[in-house]
Design a protein around this ligand. Sequence first.
Ligand code: TRP
Length: 453
Amino acid sequence: MSLPGKRDSFGSKFGIIAAAAGSAVGLGNIWKFPYITGQNGGGAFLLIYLLCVLLLGVPVMISEFTIGRSGKRNVFGSFKSLAPDSPWYFVGIMGVVAAFVILSFYSAVAGWTLEYIVKSLTIGFGNQSTGELSKAFSSFLAHPLRPVIWQLLFMLLTALIVVGGIKNGIERYNKFLMPILVFFLLLLCVRSVTLPGSEKGLSFLFKPDFSRVNIKTILFAMGQAFFSLSLGMGALITYASYFRKTDNLGRTAMTVSLADTMIAILAGVVIFPAVFSFNIEPTAGPSLVFITLPEIFSHLPLGNLFGLVFFILLAVAALTSTVSVLEVVVAYFSEELGISRKKATVLASVSISILGIFASLSFGPLSSFKLFGKSIFDLLDFIASNILLPGGGLLIVIFVGWYLNGKFVLNEVSNSGELKVKYFPVYLFIVRFIAPVAIAAIFIYSVFYGSLG
Ligand code: TRP
């Protein structure tokens, strides 16, 4: 089944952090987090989100790392090697399916960022009213070819990185792209907080207003924490299978979660002060980044330059995430079908792109085609974000908390006793009792009551 010979691995601590944070930091942080925060009351949502990351996100991430590094294979193979002769490999299959589905719609939105990079370089955003900007966005989406071409180009970029392998592809590009991302983000933060009237935006983001909080807000925050940290489908199981025996799983999970959360907050610091400074409603929803922000760029001195920086930032964030999702499928194909990485990359990216084209076209020529009352894009998003990710996350914590032996897990997170893991009892308690209940709540709610975002 698996290929004989030496498995690729990461070469440095920074490479691991950059790659795992690269997976986590994506459209979820810079596109979704600000608009979900905007719609759910700002500061209060942020506070609940932080609790979800700490109490749920970090333990689930450690669990994924544990499965991957001890399983030493792709997500399917890792379950198969840790639980031979049992149906647990099914969780691995779910992960591969989730990766396939997520990439098909995620690459569509990622492609839009390329259109907007070109827009900032060519016609720019100047002198256009909100009506015009919003019409430009919807006519771009309705175009039968443009979004598809950008999406395919984005898939090609992703495939070119993945085909290079771990050390020479994924690690190398993340080490280079993540610092650029942080630099661009800080640059935009400085611009935004120095706008007149920016304090209102900051107080919206940081001052909690608990009157807007209800059970739905909490479930939303948990769902968003899951998606943002790339949990639930084995992206981090796959990456962890390339970690070295000396890497500290607990510390890596903390660092990556902290980085992901900081970047989401900084994205909020870029967006809300600007939104308030120009008296725009912060609750615009998914169009916040593609209509509201261009409106701000159109009024700003050097607006096209800041627009360019912003959309490059968004594209880079998306690219380091799509790479991690494609790697799940590529590792599975190459190890389980016994084919070369090159063949596996072509097979995975072509087949995902075919499904992806339908996701893209569902904003245009296929917009009237509905299944279960949803467009193809929304249906794929729903299946992945509301069923496969929470379902996978639930099974992952049950697997680590109840199927694997506690001593085995301790041995893995402590690097065979090399590290002192003081928090271990707390970790085990969360993974056994708190996480399954919390994730089951998100799962049930999101399956029965529709989209959590
Ligand atoms: N976390 C990424 C984001 O915030 C998206 C992503 C990458 C993802 N890999 C994932 C989401 C795996 C869920 C599962 O945009």
